[in-house]
Design a protein around this ligand. Structure first.
Ligand code: MG
Length: 202
């Protein structure tokens, strides 16, 4: 399986990082070795001094498709979840400055903690709220209605370049409020108020 991530999908997050609003969705990927499940702890890596959390709504692909029409995109997923796109911001800033790829900053081991997935039926995918709590305080609040490109358009766009396969996971971008984590921090993610993950930084 592959993990496809979208960058810069919320205006207020683009502004907080001082980035330009893109003409098309920004896409990058993480390998399956980035996955972290079952509330396993995240071990702070030696190679970075500035790991940031980015809480994101996830979509799990349920069947193979390419060049999917946005109006049929909803047929390609049944389940949604919540995850963190951990980012080594120091490495990413350096890469951006030099015009180099982001993989070391984004795709490292454990950089993609994910929740279990739940049926999308109880949600309006274009109006789903989520939040990240860091040590008991709300750090991020997201609402999919604020995405520059809604989920179905993302699926259509991504599938023009990469055939989507069963089990692939789409990270749909982070809202504002990203920030650093440190050892001992506790992260709790909720989707429409329902706890989805709860793990520690070690
Ligand atoms: Mg992200």
């Amino acid at each position: 399986m592959k993990i496809i991530c979208i960058g810069r999908n919320y205006v207020d997050h683009i502004t907080e990082l001082g980035n330009e609003r893109p003409d098309n969705p920004v896409i990058f990927m993480k390998p399956d070795t980035a996955l972290l499940r079952n509330n396993d702890p995240f071990y702070y890596p030696e190679f970075s001094k500035d790991i940031h959390y980015e809480c994101e709504l996830l979509v799990k692909i349920k069947k193979e498709g390419k060049s999917i029409d946005p109006k049929f995109a909803h047929k390609y997923y049944d389940e949604i979840g919540l995850g963190i796109d951990f980012t080594a911001r120091d490495i990413q800033s350096h890469a951006k400055e030099k015009g180099l790829p982001w993989e070391r900053a984004k795709a490292f081991n454990g950089s993609a903690p994910i929740s279990n997935f739940i049926s999308k039926e109880d949600f309006d995918i274009n109006k789903t709220t989520f939040e990240l709590e860091l040590n008991g305080e709300i750090a991020q609040e997201g609402d999919s209605s604020l995405m520059l490109w809604p989920v179905n358009e993302l699926i259509a766009y991504v599938s023009q370049y990469f055939t989507l396969k069963t089990g692939d996971i789409l990270f749909t971008g982070t809202p504002k409020g990203v920030g650093p984590v440190k050892i001992g921090d506790k992260l709790v993610g909720r989707l429409e108020g329902k706890e989805m993950f709860n793990f520690e930084i070690k």
